[in-house]
Ligand binder design. Structure first.
Ligand code: KIV
Ligand code: ZN
Length: 399
């Protein structure tokens, strides 16, 4: 029990430590519009290490020689985070991973095979026994090269739970130390995935020897919620990507899961090693590299995440920022909250902004400027400081 990574934190009466496995450079990079050069990947891998992720999945070396070289460069250059590379349970794939990871400080080979009936029949044309045999071969071979082997059961959430428990038990016996349970097509729900993690922890043989990991896709917009539920079910690693980039609708967004655990720490009783003040700079670096913008209303890193326009909200914020913000923008790397001056803004926010801009207006003057401001918002979506200055100049007694 003492060395059970899933319960040791409970036994020691400490918060659970959830490892952050970043797959921006593998699952993220392989999605449309997100491909990167080897140089860009290396630069981003350094940024991930500074952010404090536990593991960087650098790529899929068997996919091309350039991917292998790119992974090798990351393995050689990046320190701090562990470096993982992905392989099917094929000899060639695993050998390519081993070559790519030769110079890594903390290498991990991540092997996977599909386990769901749909994938077994239509993709692999393999029986359950053949799939298990191949998984054992993959883990065993990977263990010849590295100590740290992760096994993934692709499409796990559409796999028969008892078969999933059987293949996970076989992977542990062959030497895997992380068991990843991917919701490959973003199909599950929070209640279901939590129950599955609880079931696996109870039914996988020698479950205490492995860390259980969640890898959720966002096809139904549930990837973060499902990953949090998996943590409640005992997952101690989550796989995620910056800005949630990834196949189709993407993967669990790193910045969202990390901040959910941080803001609701009392609820989840779990921590990560992430320097949260690096979240926005890392998100913006990825946007600059890929050219793929995040939507304005994206949680944590979107331009509107700490912007307030409505009069009621601005008034509340001026009295106490906790009224409409659950975390400080500085905590995730923004300079500050923004009061957007527009059609929905009220007199209190206008007065505050004008004061910040150095104007001293009495009540009557403020009313005049407010009338002009409202008229301008009919023509302009956002009113900038220069507009406000022009509006207020004639009303300030000192001018
Ligand atoms: O979504 C998935 O199943 C994967 C595995 C290869 C881990 O990305
Ligand atoms: Zn995936």
């Amino acid at each position: 029990m003492d060395n059970d990574p899933n319960v040791a934190d409970v036994a020691r009466n400490e918060s659970a430590r959830v490892a952050i496995f970043d797959t921006t450079l593998r699952d993220g990079e392989q999605s449309p519009g997100c491909s990167m050069t080897a140089k860009q990947k290396l630069r981003f891998a350094h940024a991930l290490s500074e952010l404090g992720v536990d593991m960087i999945e650098a790529g899929f070396p068997a996919s091309s020689d350039s991917d292998l070289q790119g992974c090798a460069e990351i393995a050689r250059d990046v320190r701090g985070a562990g470096i993982a590379t992905l392989a099917r349970c094929h000899t060639g794939d695993i050998e390519a991973c081993a070559r790519a990871l030769e110079d890594a400080e903390r290498p991990r080979i991540h092997v996977f095979i599909s386990t769901s009936p749909l994938h077994r029949e239509h993709k692999l044309q393999m029986s359950r026994d053949q799939v298990i045999e191949r998984a054992i071969m993959g883990v065993t071979l990977a263990r010849r090269y590295v100590e740290d082997v992760e096994f993934s059961a692709e499409d796990a959430l559409r796999t028969e739970p008892e078969f999933l428990a059987e293949i996970c038990s076989a992977a542990i016996a062959a030497g895997a130390r992380t068991l990843n349970i991917p919701d490959t097509v973003g199909y599950t729900t929070p209640g279901e995935i939590r129950a599955l993690f609880e079931y696996l922890r109870a039914n996988v043989k020698d479950a205490h020897k492995a860390v259980f990991s969640a890898h959720c896709h966002d096809d139904l917009g549930l990837a973060v919620a499902n990953s949090l539920a998996a943590i409640e079910g005992g997952a101690r690693q989550v796989e995620c990507t910056i800005n949630g980039i990834g196949e189709r609708a993407g993967n669990c967004a790193l910045e969202e899961i990390v901040m959910a655990l941080d803001v609701r720490r009392a609820y989840f009783d779990a921590t990560t090693g992430i320097d949260t003040t690096r979240l926005v700079p890392t998100s913006r670096l990825l946007t600059r590299i890929t050219g793929m913008n995040v939507q304005r209303n994206k949680a944590i890193v979107g331009a509107n995440a700490f912007a307030h326009e409505s009069g009621i909200h601005q008034h509340g914020m001026l009295k106490h920022r906790g009224t409409y913000e659950i975390l400080r923008p500085e905590a995730v790397g923004w300079a500050k909250s923004q009061m957007i001056m527009g059609r929905h803004s009220g007199r209190a926010a206008l007065a505050d902004r004008l004061k910040e801009l150095g104007f001293a207006l009495d009540e009557a003057q403020l009313n005049q400027v407010f009338g002009r401001f409202k008229a301008l918002t009919e023509k302009k979506r956002e009113v900038f400081d220069a507009d406000l200055e022009a509006l207020a100049l004639g009303s300030d007694a000192r001018n």
